[in-house]
Design a protein around this ligand. Structure first.
Ligand SMILES: [Fe+2]
Ligand SMILES: [Fe+2]
Length: 508
């Protein structure tokens, strides 16, 4: 069983390597293996962690999480507490490279509380805290809380000596320490700078400087971090030197983690130099790398970079038409591009189609010219939050389970966050409501009476999904069939929106 799945996954360096028609077979192997892992009567899975890492590289970190959770459960049953905590740690560290939902975060908090009480496994505590810090600073943007967590992690680990790690089979003391420092620095770089922080940064930088031979990956991360410190100080030449060094020292094994960061940092460097075209080009390249290797964590980081570049740009727009401006500067194309890396149909067909349908439908409703334009823009980006969702979760040819479903639903909120950050508040609200339905049967809130604008996007979305070939499991329907279904299920959409769809149909 183990060797089989290992063999299958080792064929690919990342989702970029896989052919659409191979996916079915690979997915069946993954799902079978997960089912096997959940059995209580199986022998131990020797290479569980390696397989988890392979899943992560395959753009399936959530499956890595599921595997580790199944394995944790296995060890809990047979009373091996050490391996139970070990697998729990890996489960969450994989999930951090996917998308840690609220539920996952709550669970993690419970484990951390348990570790604070349970002194015999306290050496796991800094690692768990490190994961929590990551969630807080990368996904939730709660920097102060993240700082507290990293501080606790550092303080805890500094009271240990290497003897605590004698049976620590996951990573040694130095690895953990540096991983925490790297993340702490990364977090400090995201907040407004003042002298106090500058001091902290210098202190941590000292810790990054000590090179250790056996930590090539961590040392590469440190180089990236040092480059980012210099970028934030606008010492661009020094930063470039670090980045070049990282590229030279980069082992193929680490490409998937390092390349996206290097390209993203070049994007920021060009933005500071004022060459926006190049800035956008490099940031998109970073996304391309992340997508190829299925690395959602670096995608999240690249997303932040691109948002930063565009907010630098939007400061320049005064009185000009902001949509046109962003379009001209390539923002829309950039997002569609990124979405296509993740899910080809989504970026290349679904998003432009939904935008087109929404525009046509709003012609038959009483909106101002400006609102119609806004609806088109919001519709184009309605699923942009899916950038945050791992590749396999979006593309797996099997029905989503509860965990997947939880993740997929998060695209609504993430889309809201992205568009809001670009300064489009109204449009962000509509995106937040594009899966809500008038009768309260939608998600994420089950809100009754969502805005009319959001429902134009919602009906276009439903319509496009039903008539396209892109989705698996069911043949596409004709426009008339879909309209009939929508009408039969009247409560879900506003009558005037259904009416507008009917009127728009001939032009769609
Ligand atoms: Fe959606
Ligand atoms: Fe959609």
């Amino acid at each position: 069983m183990e060797r089989l799945i290992e063999g299958v996954l080792k064929r690919y360096r990342g989702p970029g390597d896989i052919d659409e028609n191979e996916l079915e077979e690979v997915s069946a192997s993954i799902e079978n293996f997960l089912e096997y892992a959940r059995r209580k009567d199986r022998p131990p899975i020797e290479k569980a962690i390696e397989i988890g890492k392979l899943l992560r590289s395959f753009g399936a970190p959530v499956e890595g999480y599921k595997l580790m959770m199944a394995d944790a459960e296995y060890y809990r049953e047979i009373g091996n507490e050490r391996l139970y905590w070990n697998r729990l740690y890996y489960a969450h560290s994989f999930m951090v490279t996917g998308y840690p939902t609220q539920k996952i975060e709550e669970k993690l908090n419970e484990y951390i509380m348990a570790l604070r009480r349970n002194k015999s496994y306290v050496y796991f505590l800094p690692l768990f805290l490190n994961v929590k810090g990551n969630i807080l600073h990368i996904y939730r943007e709660k920097y102060e809380e993240a700082e507290e967590v990293y501080k606790e992690a550092l303080e805890t680990i500094q009271t240990f000596d290497e003897s605590h790690y004698s049976e620590f089979t996951m990573k040694d003391y130095h690895w953990s320490l540096k991983a925490i420092v790297n993340n702490y620095v990364d977090m400090l770089l995201k907040i407004e700078r003042n002298q106090e922080q500058e001091k902290k940064l210098e202190l941590l930088r000292g810790l990054l400087e000590e090179e250790e031979k056996e930590l090539p990956y961590i040392n590469l991360l440190s180089l990236i971090n040092k480059a980012e410190i210099e970028i934030s100080r606008k010492n661009l030449e020094v930063a470039e030197r670090y980045l070049k060094e990282a590229v030279i020292k980069m082992d193929r094994k680490f490409e998937g983690f390092i390349l996206p960061s290097v390209n993203r940092d070049y994007g920021l460097i060009w933005a500071i130099k004022g060459d926006i075209d190049k800035a956008v080009k490099y940031t998109i390249a970073a996304f391309g790398n992340s997508a190829y290797y299925g690395n959602s964590l670096t995608e999240t980081e690249s997303l932040e970079a691109i948002l930063k570049i565009f907010s630098m740009l939007s400061n320049e727009v005064r009185g000009e038409d902001r949509f046109e401006f962003f379009k001209k500067k390539g923002l829309i194309d950039a997002f569609l591009n990124i979405l296509s890396y993740k899910d080809w149909v989504l970026g290349a067909e679904h998003s432009p189609d939904v935008a087109q349908f929404s525009r046509l439908i709003s012609e038959h409703l009483n909106f101002s010219k400006e609102t119609k334009k806004s609806i088109g823009f919001a519709a184009m980006l309605h699923d942009v939050g899916k950038i945050m969702i791992p590749w396999y979760t979006l593309n797996k040819p099997a029905p989503p389970d509860e965990i997947d479903w939880d993740l997929i639903q998060a695209h609504v909120y993430e889309g809201y966050r992205i568009v809001k950050k670009l300064g489009f508040d109204r449009e962000a609200e509509w995106i937040l409501e594009h899966h809500e339905r008038c009768d309260g049967s939608g998600y994420p809130l089950g809100k009754k009476n969502p805005s009319l604008e959001s429902q134009v996007i919602a009906i276009s979305d439903t319509f496009d999904a039903a008539i396209s070939h892109g989705r698996r499991y069911r043949p596409p329907k004709t426009a008339e069939e879909v309209l009939e279904e929508i009408e039969a299920d009247r409560g879900k959409f506003y009558p005037e929106v259904i009416e507008a769809l009917r009127k728009a149909l001939p032009s769609m």
